[in-house]
Design a binder for this molecule. Sequence first.
Ligand code: GRF
Length: 190
Amino acid sequence: MSYKLALFASGSGSNAENIINYFSGSSKVECPIIVSNKADAFVHQRARKLGIPSFSFTAAEFRSGEAILHLLEEYKIDFIVLAGFLLKVSAPLLAAYPDKIINIHPALLPNYGGKGMYGHFVHEAVVAAGETESGITIHYVNEHYDEGAIIYQARCMVEPGDTPEMVAQKVHQLEYEHFPRVIESVVTKD
Ligand code: GRF
């Protein structure tokens, strides 16, 4: 049996591409579709290059969930992976995929999480606070931003003089190194 992941992304999609490449030879896990809330997100160009169908839905469609659930059912999706997805996951989607939606956050939750804490805002806050470390948090998704049960965290040093962009680079490296492997361990554990 192979587990089918839907990757949700709102922007560039470098994590989505990394995940697809990681599972490209796998017989246990496959990534048949990419879903976005932005029709012009660069992730669609990555999907085209990778030969993966990608779909875009409006915020209202994500809130109601109906059209998206129909698509996920059509592709027999087992798990949803948020790889840079900026909308809150609506109740219908949470109900359809209990403990089967995971997210990656570019900081060490519970710090530097919640509404509005994404991308460069996170790294700017970490640097402004004078933190000596940052990192990634992979967690289950619930009805609140960045508050689901934590699955895995990895850390990096924040050196004096590091800019938010330098921290972002270190955090992205942790994402690429750990996210696919953690997804694999969660998805195949049942
Ligand atoms: C990543 O930093 C991830 O931690 C956060 O959104 C960013 C997505 O980057 N959730 P990309 O679109 O995968 O390049």
